[in-house]
Ligand binder design. Structure first.
Ligand code: SF4
Length: 684
């Protein structure tokens, strides 16, 4: 990168240039957003921007970001939640922009993609420098072992073809078990200086490229790891842009969640068994067996108290892991093979030890003051039996974000859905930001008063901006509130709801995306309706989701039913999608350990836990689901929400105010007639 530049055109000029070069049209929302991002970068005041579908928001933040990077000779980090957006930025938007802005900027800006080390093939491992994980062989049946074996063979062949070693570029992908055998975590890596193939290392090359780039595209998980670790994994940067920011809290929570199982303890014991006194390693192995017994007896789900016997087993694991770490000693001068073994053993022991400590500490505070939630997963009786394990997750990540993300760089957060119930405050609290400086009008039922406990005390400055959407939602979309239907129950979809779905699909002539709150409901609807409607119904799980979405897009008469990933991942403009059906409001499951603990923590502080946690979760997801209908300016259609609570419950106002402004109606016949008209007008 070059030094500071003072001769650059303004953001407005660059944006016009970029829009013209990529063959688009300038839109008011896009210009307003680019100005706001530019102003945030200049003033250092963080910014939250809600930019509806069709705004062209990636250009609106990339142009000021590139200008800043070239002007100051620094790097800007852009973080996304999904691989799809990451690919769009790196394969489409950034190459076109870099070419378009080369002349006005006087140099071609550079960009790179950077992920966690686990996402890159480790050549040292591929070349046999690191043996397979000892626990892998014991866990799978013969069929699974041979499948994993075939995948690993394919990965070895791929290792000599790939230029990046990036897992996401491998199509079709491989199982997690296979990938684990050719990759390492940051803690397991030997370090390029000691690694025999360090000069060729894919992860090291990606890091070096990122260090030289104007823009580094990464994901929320690596952003979280960068915030959680004491060392920097991202290059030095003074501006962070977080796209798909509605996913930030969930992704950071996942990255900050730790697990402990007896298999992990046994693997750590085997890793260090050959390097230390066998008695000390055997003791750890025995504590793993003890943990396994106690876990079998522990209740499933959230643990508000730690049963004494389980607590004793976790403490025994902690102490035995500590003894192994002490016996392992510090790193020595040794050959690469020995160093690798020591590194792997230390990493596994650290994980087991640190998680055991964290699990025990989670119960030390009074219930209302706790910072972490613990739960026990695993069910040997289910269709997909899994051994039991313990998990510990943070109740809030606002303190971490405030200190380590907002505290270290100017941050722009953006998404089509950030202003819930008309205000950014709900999400701002989760991010650790104070209430919005310029309060906006809030919908009835909006919960913003209390948040789960946080830990930071400085108040960063920020502002919120809603640039709207170029789509005319009220003219082109109907929000059908099926008030007459019975509220959803526990026993699957009720007969009147299934009848309603069948009639809506008939009126629409197919063209339907069914967004269900559970896989069970999606399957029930598919099975019961396949014989009743004349149009084909695809169900998630019948094939790879991307193939199903392609089939759905290609044949307008086809319907696609599914659950969570479809709520956010379907981008099908045109007449193949004119009806979105939502079976029930997407609240978190009542037994979701993290959501239920967050809810309780808010209540312990005098707030409304249901509104703050569950309704916020539902609002975000519902807005994403509703957003599937309009993907292009000419798209028209209906979103049918078959959960009558959206029309009747007090929180319904908050949820409705969080959605794109479609024209609302409760009249079934009006909706069916509109669908019939759209079907008749659609291209054959
Ligand atoms: S430097 Fe680390 S990640 Fe890279 S090849 Fe060596 S051990 Fe693997």
């Amino acid at each position: 990168m070059t030094g500071a530049r003072t001769d650059l055109p303004s953001v407005r000029e660059l944006l016009s240039h970029a829009v013209e070069a990529v063959g688009g049209t300038e839109r008011d929302g896009q210009v307003a957003m680019a100005d706001a991002v530019d102003s945030a970068i200049r003033t250092g005041e963080h910014l939250a921007v809600q930019a509806g579908t069709g705004t062209g928001k990636s250009l609106a933040y990339l142009v000021p970001a590139l200008r800043h990077a070239v002007e100051s000779g620094t790097t800007v980090v852009v973080s996304t939640a999904t691989i799809a957006l990451q690919r769009q930025l790196v394969d489409r938007d950034l190459p076109r922009l870099a070419r378009a802005l080369k002349q006005p900027l006087g140099e071609e800006p550079t960009f790179a993609i950077l992920k966690g080390r686990r996402n890159y093939l480790c050549l040292h491992r591929v070349h046999g420098g690191i043996e397979d994980e000892p626990e892998d062989t014991g866990l799978f049946d013969q069929y699974a072992i041979s499948r994993v074996g075939r995948e690993v063979k394919r990965l070895h062949e791929w290792s000599s073809d790939t230029e990046t070693g990036d897992r996401d570029e491998l199509v079709p992908g491989v199982s997690e078990q296979a990938w684990r055998q050719v990759s390492v975590t940051a803690k397991e890596c030997l370090g390029a200086a000691r690694c025999p193939v360090g000069d060729d290392c894919f992860a090291e090359h990606a890091r070096a490229d990122a260090g030289r780039a104007s823009i580094v595209v990464t994901n929320h998980a690596l952003l979280a790891i960068n915030a959680l670790q004491d060392y920097q994994v991202l290059p030095e940067h003074d501006v962070t842009i977080i796209d798909e920011a509605h996913e930030l809290v969930d992704r950071v929570t996942s990255a900050a969640t730790a697990d402990l199982s007896s298999a992990m303890v046994s693997a750590a014991a085997r890793r260090c068994g050959r390097l230390i006194d066998a008695d000390i390693a055997d003791r750890l192995l025995e504590t793993g067996e003890g943990l396994s017994l106690m876990l079998e007896d522990a209740p499933q789900g959230r643990l508000d108290t730690l049963p004494d016997a389980l607590g004793g087993a976790v403490a025994a694991v902690r102490d035995a892991a500590h003894a192994c770490l002490a016996a392992l000693g510090s790193d020595r001068r040794e050959d690469a093979e020995e160093a690798t073994k020591r590194k792997l053993a230390r990493s596994a022991l650290d994980d087991v030890h640190d998680t055991a400590v964290r699990l025990l500490e989670a119960f030390e505070d009074d219930p209302g003051e706790r910072k972490d939630v613990v739960w026990r997963s695993g069910d040997r009786q289910s269709a997909n039996p899994r051994p039991p394990a313990l998990h510990v997750a943070p109740l809030g990540v606002g303190g971490l974000l405030r200190e380590r993300v907002f505290g270290s760089s100017t941050t722009v957060l953006t998404s089509a859905t950030l202003a819930l119930g008309g205000t950014f405050d709900t999400l701002a609290r989760q991010w650790g930001l104070p209430p919005e400086p310029r309060p906006t009008e809030r919908a009835e039922g909006t919960a913003t008063e209390k948040a789960p406990p946080s830990d930071a005390d400085t108040e960063p400055h920020w502002s919120g901006l809603d640039v709207g959407s170029p789509f005319d939602y009220r003219r082109n979309g109907i929000l059908y509130l099926a008030r007459h239907l019975p509220p959803p129950g526990r026993d699957g979809l009720a007969a009147p709801t299934l009848d309603e779905i069948a009639e809506l699909i008939d009126a629409a002539g197919g063209r339907t995306l069914g967004l269900f709150s559970s896989m069970r409901a999606a399957k029930q609807a598919t099975e019961e309706l396949r014989d009743r409607v004349t149009h084909p119904i695809l169900c998630q799980g019948d094939d790879a989701t991307s193939l199903l979405v392609n089939k759905f897009a290609e044949d307008p008469r086809t319907c696609l039913f599914g659950t969570l990933s479809l709520w956010q991942g379907v981008d099908v403009p045109g007449a193949s999608l004119q009806l979105v059906i939502v079976d029930r409001l997407p609240f978190p499951r009542p037994d979701d350990p993290v959501a239920s603990a967050r809810q309780r923590a808010v209540e312990a502080r005098g707030g409304n836990g249901f509104l703050t946690v569950a309704a916020t979760h539902a609002a975000l997801l519902l807005a994403q689901g509703v957003g599937r209908l309009h993907r292009a300016t000419s798209d028209r259609g209906v979103v049918a929400v078959l959960d009558s609570r959206l029309a009747t419950a007090r929180y319904g106002g908050f949820l409705r105010a969080s959605l794109p402004p479609l024209w609302p109606t409760q009249k079934t016949e009006v909706v069916r007639e509109a669908l019939r008209r759209l079907d008749a007008a659609a291209p054959a």
